[in-house]
Design a protein around this ligand. Structure first.
Ligand code: ADP
Length: 485
């Protein structure tokens, strides 16, 4: 049972300002991945509850859309402060349900607050245009208005910060929201409801439902009151949501899967590359869509890189996220462990060599050893599929052209990384990579000031940056005639 409680652990849904249970009274159990023990329950809501949440959001929109940008900016700043004032409690709750280390959880809560602050600032800069008119007696105005009710569906790997990137711009723009957190990690999402209440965000502006993903998703897609869906999760579910929401022509933002390559050239700073590799691979136990999926290392530096990467990965402290000094927590569940084992077995069968790790951790449960495999080849599963676990496959290459071609040989295009000391190469490779985000001599690049998002099947739209507000605003052109000028 729960060892540490938090005032933010809400075991109910927030609909129109009321904390409620599912109509059926049914619940879903939430477990701590580090112990396998039940933490608590959340309501198993379905279509009817979702419809009420959407209707409440629509009702709230009628007045929230009329608030001034300055008012919304102030609300968001209060929300930022409330998040930071409660950073420790929110981080503990996050670790409890998700497993990541407390250090990473604090980082995620800090990042959530940072996104909210960014959008508090951006709220006041949703500029339109006054365009030089081609007519002497008419004027041309372009304004931007909130789209209306938005629905946000979020994943379990960053249950707080993925929501901050959606609620931040939604509230900044004057939209209202229905949120569906992932069933594995619902409390970090529900905590946003408590925070919004605390800072005085009006009832019905933020509604949160947990439960049957299919039922909630279907209602969101079919309900014409929902004007936009913002989703972070698998490419498979993302494609389905695009298809289903076509019937009501909704705006969609999709942050989907990645297959990040990490290129290390002979002229790279080796230690810096290894440090970046560890961060870009093992953060959140490898369970992020921007985690490196494939390392491509040039022949001249390859052996040393593999040796140092293996050493550094062996040194990572694995354990319960709540324990001091732990760097890698458990995977989300045993299914995720089995998937990593499948990748390793496939690689071994095709000639890959396990250099370090390679098996379940002695701690049992869903803990897994940080693993490095050398001799990776393009017929191995991880060339095409997202690993989502602490496994680093290393491919060897000879030429720059070959490396860029290998890196681009995927339907995904989210994040990529490369290390080089040559400025010309830095530009050539940066321009050659078909990705939405590129880290040059950096393994962690996410920040609210920059647009996060992918190309190809990795998604649509951007979160963060000034671009992050665009998807929550409709553009309206107004022609004012008969001015008699
Ligand atoms: P992951 O592999 O990260 O669990 P998913 O795409 O399955 O990725 O989950 C991301 C989010 O999408 C979660 O909140 C999940 O509950 C939700 N989801 C899963 N299936 C559906 C669906 N059919 N309709 C709407 N949301 C869904």
């Amino acid at each position: 049972m729960l060892q540490k409680t938090s005032q933010f652990m809400k075991q109910a849904n927030l609909i129109n300002g009321e904390w409620v249970q599912a109509d059926s009274g049914q619940t879903i159990d939430v477990t701590n991945p580090a112990t396998g023990l039940k933490i608590g329950t959340v309501p198993k809501a379905g279509k009817a509850e979702t419809r009420r949440a959407i209707e409440a959001a629509q009702q709230a929109f009628l007045s929230f859309r009329k608030t001034s940008a300055l008012e919304r900016s102030k609300l968001l700043r209060k929300l930022h402060d409330a998040i930071m004032d409660n950073q420790d409690a929110l981080a503990e709750l996050l670790t409890l349900e998700q497993g990541k280390s407390l250090t990473e959880s604090k980082g995620e809560i800090g990042s959530s607050a940072a996104y909210v602050l960014w959008f508090a600032e951006e709220a006041r800069r949703a500029y339109g245009d006054v365009v030089p008119s081609p007519w002497t007696d008419r004027r041309v105005l372009v304004t931007r208005e909130p789209v209306g009710v938005i629905a946000a569906i979020t994943p379990w790997n960053f249950p707080s910060s993925m929501l901050s990137r959606k609620l931040g711009p939604a509230l900044a723009a004057g939209c209202t929201a229905v949120v569906k957190p992932a069933s594995q990690t619902p409390y970090s999402g529900l905590a946003w409801g408590a925070l919004c209440e605390e800072v005085g965000i009006p009832r019905g502006v933020v509604n949160i439902v947990t439960g049957s993903a299919g039922e909630i998703g279907d209602e969101i897609c079919a309900n014409p009151l929902v004007k936009k869906i913002t989703f972070t999760g698998s490419t498979e579910v993302g494609k389905m949501l695009i298809q289903k929401s076509a019937s009501t022509v909704k705006k969609v933002s999709m942050e989907l899967g990645g297959n990040a390559p990490f290129l290390v050239f002979d002229d790279a700073d080796l230690d810096r590359a290894v440090q970046g590799a560890i961060a870009a691979k093992y953060r959140n136990s490898g369970q992020t869509c921007v985690c490196t999926n494939r390392f491509f290392v040039q022949a001249g530096i390859h052996d040393k890189f593999v040796e140092k990467l293996a050493e550094a990965s062996k040194a990572l402290k694995v354990g319960s996220g709540l324990d001091a000094g732990v760097q890698q927590g458990p995977l989300i569940d045993v299914k995720a462990v089995e998937k990593v084992e499948e990748f390793i077995a496939d690689a071994k069968a095709k000639g890959g060599k396990v250099v370090s790790g390679g098996k379940r951790h002695a701690l049992g449960g869903s803990f897994f050893e940080p693993t490095v495999i050398s001799g990776a080849t393009t017929d191995m599963m991880f060339m095409k599929e997202e690993i989502f676990g602490p496994l680093a496959p290393v491919f060897k290459f000879d030429t720059e052209e070959e490396a860029v071609a290998l890196a681009n040989d995927t339907e995904f295009g989210l994040a990529c990384y490369f290390y080089t000391g040559d400025l010309g190469r830095a530009f050539r490779v940066m321009e050659g990579l078909k990705y939405g985000m590129v880290g040059v001599n950096e393994g962690i690049i996410t920040t609210p000031e920059a647009p996060f998002g992918g190309v190809k099947e990795s998604g649509l739209g951007r979160e963060g940056g000034h671009q992050g507000l665009d998807d929550y605003l409709d553009t309206k052109y107004v022609c004012i005639g008969g001015l008699g000028l």
